[in-house]
Design a protein around this ligand. Structure first.
Ligand SMILES: *Cc1c(COP(=O)(O)O)cnc(C)c1O
Length: 363
């Protein structure tokens, strides 16, 4: 294996090199306090101010309006699948969900425990290869839930839907494309994202929630599942995952120093365009994703015709290109090219695809 390796994993995923270095230093001696960050109280001044600063960085980078709160929770994005309906609906309520992939389907399954789910649209019949543009919302729906980027299938909303119920609100699972592009937070009632795709390691989930929605929360929600508790306690109701939040903090500093979302968005478009262009022009490979919905974060591709997946994967590994195997439900390959994947990584993958193409046709 070559010395330089690139991690194309869908998640937990590549982090900026400088961040992993800062994490390793903090694990031994946090900011010269003489203690590991792992052994410091979340209520100590250095840690509580670090958590507050992380929240401020989110507000600054994502341009979060004043009337939104941000919490740092545990249980992954998957816990949000249950926590949202638990907080906001009861048995007789209807909620809208767009079915655009395996994560949407899991969110739907959890919501069905709490109320009636209207599936506004589904691209399941075509193995989720596109984002349905025509959606049938229920006029009384409490909210509409979407998955902004479908990590497994490589589709991404380029335009977010408008709601037909003026009292409803839009919720987005942004686990795999948060901080990858400029978004208008005002369009959403709730945005949530597990950290381990594009902002840090597993263990922390960010929730951005419009403040007035807290008044709509059901009574008798268990404390750990009640957004009001986490908002009012500044994510310190219980011990937060400090090390994971610190990783997010360092990743956000890295992003801010680079120039923020306008800069990273441009880089992400450039990187993904390079790769999609190669997939289109290379005789060995093809994409089955609708061109207008192609994700800038997760790029699945397949052999065009016959090919030996294991052979290409092991060739890539020899080139230092790791974890390119496609999700088991899709097969083929998937290059996850999150913010921290440098353009050189994309170029190295393109090189491997080109030499594979030549090798295959020379034989
Ligand atoms: C990875 C992922 C999840 C699941 O996240 P966990 O933190 O493992 O619960 C949910 N939604 C999307 C879009 C994801 O990519």
């Amino acid at each position: 294996m070559s010395n330089k390796v690139y991690n194309f994993s869908a998640g937990p995923a590549v982090l900026p090199k400088i961040v992993t270095q800062q994490l390793s230093e903090a694990a031994i001696n946090y900011n010269d306090h003489g203690l590991s960050i792992l052994e410091m109280s979340h209520r100590s001044k250095p840690i509580s101010s670090m958590v507050e600063e992380t929240t401020e960085l989110v507000k600054e980078i994502l341009n979060v309006p004043e009337n939104y709160d941000i919490c740092w929770l545990q249980g992954g994005a998957s816990t949000q699948f249950s926590m949202i309906p638990m907080n906001f609906i009861s048995k007789t309520d209807t909620v809208d969900y767009a079915d655009t992939g395996a994560w949407s389907a899991k969110a739907i399954k959890e919501a069905q425990r709490f109320g009636h789910v209207n599936i506004t649209s589904s691209s399941k019949d075509s193995v989720y290869s596109y984002i349905p543009k025509e959606i049938q919302q229920d006029s009384s729906s409490k909210y509409l839930h979407i998955t902004s980027n479908n990590t497994i299938y490589g589709t991404q909303y380029k335009v977010f839907p408008n709601l037909i119920n003026p009292n409803g609100f839009l919720i987005a699972d942004m686990s795999s494309d948060i901080f990858s592009r400029i978004i208008d937070v005002n369009k959403f009632g709730i945005i949530y994202a597990g950290a381990q795709k594009n902002m840090g390691p597993a263990g922390v989930t960010m929730v951005i929630i419009r403040h007035d929605l807290l008044d709509r929360i059901n009574d008798n929600i268990p404390s750990m599942f009640d957004y009001r508790i986490h908002v009012s306690k500044g994510s310190m109701f219980n011990t937060p995952p400090v090390y994971a939040i610190y990783a997010v903090n360092r990743t956000l500093h890295w992003l801010k120093d680079m120039g923020g979302l306008s800069v990273i968005e441009e880089k992400n478009i450039r990187k993904s365009d390079l790769l999609y262009n190669e997939i289109e022009s290379n005789l060995c490979f093809k994409s089955s994703v609708a061109p207008e919905d192609r994700s800038t974060m997760n790029v699945p591709f397949l052999f065009d015709g016959t090919g030996d997946d294991a052979h290409f994967l092991s060739y890539c590994e020899d080139c230092g290109l790791l974890t390119l195997k496609g999700h088991r439900s899709v097969g083929g390959f998937r290059a996850s090219i999150y913010n921290a994947m440098p353009e050189e990584g994309i170029k190295a993958l393109i090189n491997a695809m080109q030499s594979y193409e030549k090798g295959k046709y020379v034989k």
